[in-house]
Design a protein around this ligand. Structure first.
Ligand code: ACM
Ligand code: ZN
Length: 654
């Protein structure tokens, strides 16, 4: 029965696919809504006011729909479609709204058949993160995306409101935050940013983009408007206030909350100072009052701790609290903030680094690095939201890089999102995709990165396709194309599947044997914005176009999987103009070793030609010569005279 209904679900263009669907044979009804588009909140409200006008008979009430779980009851619905019209049963308005969305999808696809749908979500948390710090988006844009999210039965918008490069929420307790740090000089984010005051005729809630002044913020009343709008679509807005890292805006306004040993590049506050906690409490009190969400996200990711090592306040705190080191100082900080938030009746979410140095018992972990962190937190009994970078970071390329606008390094095509499987655990409450906006400047590009990958996220969160047969997935891709058409008709920009192309695995394709393939390596001289822990396979992944950026002289040492004879070592470098300017190195030296201690020089190479007419260039720096029993290969390179950044994309050993 389940098998049959999933096949039928694939035949009918519904995303996410319903839990069960039975179609009466042979009957396809004429569509009452030929011009269906993605509905906004007021259009949905109109249907609620006068459902029969749309051919809907509505019954909402306690005994109308009972799901497999509490939230299933809250969000689920049953729909009976007959020639006389559609009957919709739900225990809440949210469930009925999802029923209406399903009905709209059926109408839009011209596939309104007589039959029955019984539907409820498999997971209660189905979210998307919007990073409005790197690039601010206006209120109208946010509402438009909320319409789309509701259409896809997504129910959480994680609002990333600060990230060192722009503070986006007006606060009465600290008006200086928007006044001083919601505008910056640069369109692209740069750390530390050159912050500017608010332009005189700025209208809150809009994007200001004038030469040398860029940004925006939400007034409190606008945020209330967004929250209420989202609520009418069963979407909760979850605010994120970053603790203790990514806090460059605070440094710009309140250097007194930072370690005396830190400078303008420091993004982590000083947890040795008591004023820091007072400041967070003031901000969080207001945030907690403003947002009805049961959760407040307190960040916790990628906190730099260098200044804590030498700061007298931090050392004193570590000694007094009997903490082992800076890791424990981080968990002390998170714990204090979490206790404060919890004391106000809210729950905290933190990125999975909050597990380091001891996880707060009431914290919900948002897993973004390796899936293992999420599984570990769930096994400890904490709630977990899965948002792993490898599958659900929508800032990464969805297509072969050279066909796409510049994006975050990494490749997460539609199929990759679909291939994610939520681990089985009652503590894994759902899934979230993250749209970081470092490279995303305008509305259309935001949507382009979101759709259709968000369709797959909706499917992951609402429906399980664990046991679905292959034709289901084939059908799913077809449905995505149909739904993409509906989105375009509704004014959204959507990436076109027909342009999908595998990225070139040029290097592996042209090299007979890549002896360093997937070998591990260490490096020196990495650009400070690169995140070393995530980059550990890119130089040996067999692919071009995923380069590591170095600043000044760089050095990479590869450990081959076993001792072997080698005859070519080739550095593959990338030159790129534009914002992340990278030039080819002026010189490359290759060293080889049998034991990792004693190295001999295998050769030196300088660029043959530098094609400065193109904005993108891959160049090979091969060094030839036979060497026996080698296990270690080291490549040292010197940047060009004109630019200290160098992009290395692969080291091939043959
Ligand atoms: C993250 O991507 N730093 C959570
Ligand atoms: Zn300190």
């Amino acid at each position: 029965m389940f098998f049959l209904s999933t096949i039928l679900a694939s035949a009918v263009a519904l995303i996410p696919s319903p839990k069960s669907l039975q179609i009466s044979a042979g009957c396809v009804m004429t569509t009452p809504y030929e011009n269906v588009t993605v509905l906004n909140a007021s259009q949905i409200e109109e249907i609620f006011k006068n459902p029969s006008k749309s051919g809907i008979m509505l019954e909402i009430g306690d005994n109308c729909f009972s799901g497999a779980s509490e939230w299933g009851t809250k969000e689920g619905y049953r729909m009976e479609i007959a020639e006389a019209g559609m009957k919709l049963f739900a225990s809440t308005k949210a469930g009925a709204m999802y029923g209406i969305q399903t009905y709209m999808q059926l109408c839009a696809s011209g596939q309104l058949c007589t039959g029955t749908i019984v539907d409820e979500p498999s997971h209660r948390y189905r979210g998307i993160l919007f990073d409005v710090s790197r690039h601010f988006r206006d209120v109208a844009f946010i509402k438009k995306q909320l319409n789309a999210m509701a259409f896809l039965k997504l129910n959480r918008l994680h609002f990333h409101l600060d990230d060192s490069v722009g503070w986006r929420l007006e606060l009465d307790s600290h008006p200086e935050l928007v006044a001083s740090t919601s505008f910056r000089k640069e369109l692209y984010y740069i750390k530390p940013s050159t912050f500017l005051g608010v332009p005189e005729d700025y209208v809150p809630g809009t994007v200001w983009n004038e030469p040398d002044c860029y940004g925006g913020y939400y007034s409190k009343s606008q945020m209330k408007e967004i929250i209420a709008y989202a609520d009418s679509l069963n979407i909760t807005i979850i605010p994120e206030i970053e603790v203790p890292g990514h806090s460059g805006e605070f440094h710009a306004c309140h250097p007194e909350l930072f370690c005396p040993t830190s400078d303008a590049t420091s993004e982590s506050v000083c947890p040795g100072r008591e004023e820091t906690f007072k400041f967070y409490q003031e901000i969080l009190s207001e945030v907690i009052e403003l947002f009805p969400s049961e959760y407040i996200h307190i960040g916790g990711d990628e906190a730099r701790k260098d200044s804590w090592k030498t700061c007298p306040f931090c050392r004193k705190r570590i000694a007094e609290e009997h903490l082992k080191d800076e890791q424990e100082l981080q968990s002390y900080t998170v714990r204090r903030i979490a206790d404060f938030v919890t004391s106000k009746g809210k729950k905290i979410i933190g990125w999975d680094e909050i597990m380091e140095g001891g996880l707060h018992k009431d914290a919900t972990v948002m897993c973004w690095r390796d899936i293992k962190y999420g599984e570990e937190a769930a096994s400890q009994g904490n709630d977990v939201i899965m948002a792993p970078m490898e599958y659900l970071y929508l800032d990464k390329y969805q297509n072969s890089n050279h066909l796409e606008p510049e994006a975050m390094f990494g490749y997460v095509p539609f199929d990759k999102v679909c291939s994610f499987r939520l681990p089985e655990s009652k503590n894994i409450i759902g899934v979230q995709a993250n749209l970081w906006s470092e490279y995303i400047v305008d509305d259309s590009q935001y949507e382009y990165m979101l759709y259709p990958r968000a369709f797959a996220v909706a499917q992951l969160g609402w429906s399980s396709w664990e046991s679905a047969p292959t034709p289901f997935y084939e059908g799913f891709r077809e449905n995505v194309k149909k739904l993409s058409g509906l989105f375009r008709k509704s004014g959204y920009t959507v990436f076109d599947f027909d342009r999908e192309q595998e990225p070139d695995a040029i290097i592996l394709g042209s090299v007979t044997k890549h002896k360093a393939y997937q070998a591990t390596y260490t490096y020196m001289g990495l650009h400070p914005e690169q995140k070393p822990e995530m980059l550990d396979t890119r130089l040996t992944d067999g692919k071009e176009r995923t380069s590591l950026r170095f600043d000044g002289p760089g050095s990479v040492t590869i450990k081959l999987k076993k001792r072997t004879n080698i005859c070519v070592v080739c550095g593959v470098f990338q030159r790129k103009t534009g914002r992340d300017l990278m030039m080819l190195p002026s010189e490359v030296r290759v060293w080889v070793s049998q034991d990792g201690k004693k190295y001999s020089l295998a050769g030196v190479r300088r660029p043959l030609a530098d094609d400065t007419k193109t904005d993108w260039q891959i160049s090979y720096f091969p060094v030839f010569g036979e060497h026996k029993g080698i296990q270690y290969v080291r490549m040292d390179f010197t940047p060009s005279a004109s630019c200290k950044s160098t992009g290395l994309t692969e080291i091939i050993v043959e």
